[in-house]
Design a protein around this ligand. Sequence first.
Ligand code: ATP
Ligand code: MG
Length: 262
Amino acid sequence: MTEIPKDHPRYESLALREEITRCVEAGITSRQGLIAHGRGEAIDYLIGEKTLPSALEAEEAAVAALLTSKNPVISVNGNTAALVPGGIVELAELVGAKIEVNLFHRTEERVARIKEYLESFGAKDVLGLNPDATIPGLSSERAKVSKEGIFSADTVLVPLEDGDRCEALIGMGKTVIAIDLNPFSRTSRMAHISIVDNVVRAIPNMIKSAKSFRYTRVIDLLYFVYAFDNRKNLEAAVEEIKRGLDEGRLEESSGYSKLSIW
Ligand code: ATP
Ligand code: MG
C-alpha cells in the first residue's frame, strides 16, 4: 500500500484507488473492476467531481421509490463493496431493503468474501451465495439470483450496473434505479431512475434523504417518484458535461505553466 500524503491535491481520488486496489488483493473486487473504476473517474472529472443538482434530484426520487416499494433490493458488486460497504448497509436498513451480491465475473469465493466483508460492517442476511433462480434472457453469470431477493424484487438499486442486466430486470417488470457516472451508458438510458454521480457521493446523499423522509407521507413520496423525468435528468447531466468542456474545467485546477525561451 502506498501512503498518500493528505495534502496531495488529488488525495480523495488517489485514496479511492488505493482502497479499490486493496480490495482486489483481498479478493473482493475483480481486476476488471479497476478498469470500470477508471472509466468512472474520467467522467467524474468532466462533471467536476461533485454531485450535480440533477443527480441530487435523482437520488431523492430513488430513495422515495425504495421507501414505497414492497420488496426493494440493493444489488452489490465488487466495486460497490469496495467503495461504500458501510453506506450500503446503512442505506439498506433505512429503506428496508435486502442486500444481494451479484457479480459479472462470478466466483463462489468472491461472493462469499463480499458477503463476509459487508457483514463486518453490520449487514445481516446478505443474499447471493446460493442462487435459486435465473433472470430470463440473460446469459452472463449475473443471471444467477435468489428467489427471495432480486428475482422477486419490485425495485432494484443497481450501482455500477451492466446494460444487459439492467434491460433484463426491466423486462421482468421491475423498477430499476442505477448509479452510473456515465449518462451515455446503456444502463443510464434504460433505467427508470439514473443517478449520474459517483457511488461514494450518491450513497451518503441517499442516506441523508432517507433520514429526511422518515416522517414523509407515502403519498408525498410517490409524488417524488412520479414527478421524476429520467430523460430530462440525463440531459441535464450531459449539459453539465458540455458546459464544463466549454468553460474549460481546467480553469478550476491548479493553473498553467508557460514555456519560456532559454
Ligand atoms: P453499459 O453496459 O451500461 O453500456 P458500460 O459497459 O459502459 O455500461 P460497465 O463496464 O458495464 O460499463 O460498468 C461500469 C460503469 O460504471 C461505467 O459506466 C462507469 O462510468 C461506471 N462507474 C465506475 N466507477 C463508478 C463510481 N465510482 N461511481 C459511479 N459509477 C461508476
Ligand atoms: Mg457493459
